[in-house]
Design a protein around this ligand. Sequence first.
Ligand code: F3S
Length: 112
Amino acid sequence: MAYVVTERCIQCRYTDCVEVCPTDCFREGPNFLVIDPDECIDCGVCAPECPVDAIVPAEEIAESERTFIGLNASLAKQWPAITTRQAPLPDAENWRDVPSKIEHLVRESVAG
Ligand code: F3S
């Protein structure tokens, strides 16, 4: 099983997680990151790095967030790799405690 990026990342995208991943398994979307489950080695080093606790092991994911297991897998096939930390999204601080952000998820790749 892999680690999964969940809803709390949406509209924040702090990218602290990217910096520590030994397999470069993060993929970048316009306002969210995902983990490619085929690349993730389940090491868990990324999870404590996230300031909003968005990353969880798939086997411990909350029932309400289970949809993110499939989203990580499918979006990872569409989005480009991200391997270096970037600035958070401009409005990240205002979004970090907002619940139910999935409606704001932008799926189109930054690469077009
Ligand atoms: Fe998202 Fe947290 Fe990484 S907000 S980009 S999972 S550090």
